[in-house]
Design a protein around this ligand. Structure first.
Ligand SMILES: *Cc1c(COP(=O)(O)O)cnc(C)c1O
Length: 336
């Protein structure tokens, strides 16, 4: 199957499999797993933080950040489209007693600084206490500009807020701008990064922060059942995700641009090419195309896409240029 549903479908590379088989391991809850320790140390160093924590998922890394920055009755400001508001089951509220304050995302994925400022609550018992600003980069495949991040950081600092980045795909944002990941993460007090998406690790995310934040997060991770034992088997693959898979993301971006252009030439779809900045393509359906039927027919031809009013297609290591050409040819013949 050619799977455009998400970059989460990437499978571990051969090198990862070998590293996993040979990984030195210990009980990570005791801090005894040398491979996990090496991954955490390497991540902290590379991305410019005091400390790092290996987590079972991106959702867990984000939740740990929210629960470690905020206490019961605090709130975090985020986008209506933020993963850690809309797509994580309300975890911060359910498990952390932390209230989200979502704001409208602009077309480019950003939050207006004036909106953020207006949402910060005064110190008054009527209100939850605003503690944290949470941004996402990339968001829907779009990149927040470096100058925007600098302004958001300054705003947070001036209001005594901490600032978190859901950087599930921050490596995509860095590669697309031809800068190191640390140039993006420098603006944040904490960052979560998914290693199991375009970077091909089978499982795991990393949370970055200062020593105190990571200490709190380590405690909450155990409380949430995320303390893992011989997790070095996973950390071995995660290390290779960081060292070997980042630069390759440029191919995914080229493929997404190619795919977007080809789709945009079909009258059945409307693609805003300016919003195709990394590995995601959104194609609006024009007219009354039966999408359900189309998706079913594509599946019969060995192609998986997410079914919605807008087609979302994600490029990744296991989708080649040839696969995209086959998809476009197949699509054209099905549309006839
Ligand atoms: C995938 C994703 C997450 C969550 O990661 P999981 O590992 O699926 O829990 C968080 N934020 C963003 C932006 C994501 O795309």
């Amino acid at each position: 199957m050619i799977d455009f549903r998400s970059d989460t479908v990437t499978v571990p590379t051969k090198t990862m499999r070998v590293a996993m088989a040979n990984a030195e391991v210990g009980d990570d809850v005791y801090g005894d797993d040398p491979t996990v320790n090496a991954l955490e140390a390497m991540s902290a160093e590379r991305f410019g933080f005091d400390a790092a924590l290996f987590t079972s998922s991106g959702t867990q890394a984000n939740l740990l950040a929210l629960m470690s920055h905020c206490e019961r009755g605090d709130e975090y400001i985020c986008g209506q489209q933020a993963h850690n508001y809309k797509f994580e089951g309300g975890g911060a509220a359910v498990l952390g007693s932390v209230q989200p304050q979502p704001l409208t995302n602009q077309v480019d994925g950003s939050l207006l600084l004036t909106d953020i400022e207006a949402a910060i609550k005064p110190d008054d018992p009527h209100f939850a206490q605003t503690r944290l600003l949470s941004l996402e980069n990339t968001i829907g495949g779009k990149i927040l500009s470096q100058s925007y991040l600098a302004s958001a950081q300054a705003l947070a600092f001036n209001h005594g807020l901490k600032i978190h980045l859901d950087g599930a795909r921050v490596a995509n944002a860095a590669v697309a701008q031809n800068i190191p990941i640390s140039e993006i993460t420098q603006y944040f007090d904490s960052v979560s990064i998914c290693l199991s998406k375009g970077l091909c690790a089978p499982i795991g995310s990393i949370l970055l922060g200062d020593a105190l934040l990571i200490k709190k997060a380590r405690r909450w991770r155990k409380v949430l059942g995320g303390g893992m034992r011989q997790a070095g088997i996973l950390a071995a693959a995660a290390q290779l995700a960081i060292t070997d898979q980042v630069e390759r993301l440029a191919d995914d971006h080229d493929n997404a641009a190619y795919l977007a252009k080809a789709l945009g030439q079909l009258s059945e779809f409307d693609v805003d090419l300016s919003l195709v900045q990394t590995n995601m393509v959104f194609a609006k359906i024009v007219g009354n195309l039966d999408v359900k039927l189309l998706v079913r027919k594509l599946k019969d031809k060995g192609i998986l896409v997410t079914e919605n009013t807008t087609l979302r297609l994600v490029t990744h290591r296991d989708v080649s240029r040839q696969d995209i050409e086959y998809f476009i040819t197949t699509l054209k013949s099905l549309l006839k």
